[in-house]
Ligand binder design. Structure first.
Ligand code: ADP
Ligand code: 5GP
Length: 202
């Protein structure tokens, strides 16, 4: 199908979620390139400071704690959560989901499990995908190999993951990110099933 036009298949909210280190960012960047339907990744708001390579308004909307609080009060968020008990807040602005809809794409949210559960309440028809690893050992290895967290943070994330995995059954699909190519193909297939017969793999 024409990737620049989802008008025949309608609007959809897609949530890709799962513990930190399962490969969400990696999978999502592949999907942005290869998805058989047009996807618009929502740009989250966060109170965490930008990393060296990050561009405000492109990677995140970086807000002060006060700005974030104000926007919460205004009802601007579809969902928000303090992710991994870091003291930093993350949230999806309703305006970002609307932006996706207006440009004729499916809104793609890459968010944590708490946020995903909140989206399910607002959008019961959302296409929710829980991304996981074949085992906890693989998960821990990926987290360590990525080299972006210190030991204390790794331990926190392992503990969080054991808790988050309990919610996998609340998602419409669970995808095991064993081989990256295979996992991406599986998700593309899910998109096609959801989009209907007009969908063709890119
Ligand atoms: P998340 O966004 O869920 O925290 P990342 O996308 O940062 O996870 O992936 C965590 C690490 O695992 C990264 O170093 C990434 O390159 C690696 N990775 C992702 N998918 C796979 C895979 N299928 N096989 C092996 N390594 C992977
Ligand atoms: P990072 O700080 O590494 O960019 O992101 C940390 C975590 O925050 C990721 O696992 C990601 O899923 C989660 N996250 C990013 N944006 C949002 C959001 O808008 N809402 C929620 N609930 N979680 C988010």
């Amino acid at each position: 199908m024409n990737k620049s036009d989802n008008s025949k298949i309608g609007f959809c909210v897609v949530v890709i979620s799962g513990p930190s280190g399962t490969g969400k960012t990696t999978v999502v960047s592949r999907l942005e390139e290869e998805s058989p339907v047009k996807l618009i990744k929502t740009i989250s708001a966060t109170t965490r400071p930008p990393r060296a390579h990050e561009v405000p308004g492109q990677d995140y909307h970086f807000l002060s704690a006060e700005e974030f609080e104000q926007r919460k009060k205004n009802g601007d968020f579809l969902e928000f959560a303090e992710v991994y008990r870091t003291g930093y807040w993350y949230g999806t602005l309703k305006s970002e989901v609307e932006r996706a809809g207006k440009s004729g794409g499916w809104a793609l949210l890459e968010i944590d499990v708490e946020g995903a559960l909140n989206v399910m309440r607002e959008y019961p028809d959302a296409l929710t995908i829980f991304l996981t690893t074949p085992s906890e050992t693989v998960f821990e290895q990926r987290l360590r190999d990525r080299g972006t967290e210190d030991e204390a943070v790794i331990q926190k994330r392992l503990e969080a993951a054991r808790n988050e995995i309990k919610f996998a059954s609340r998602y419409r699909y669970t995808v095991i990110n064993d081989q990256l190519d295979r996992a991406v193909e599986e998700i593309k297939e899910i998109f096609c099933q959801h989009a209907g017969e007009s969908c063709e793999h890119a």
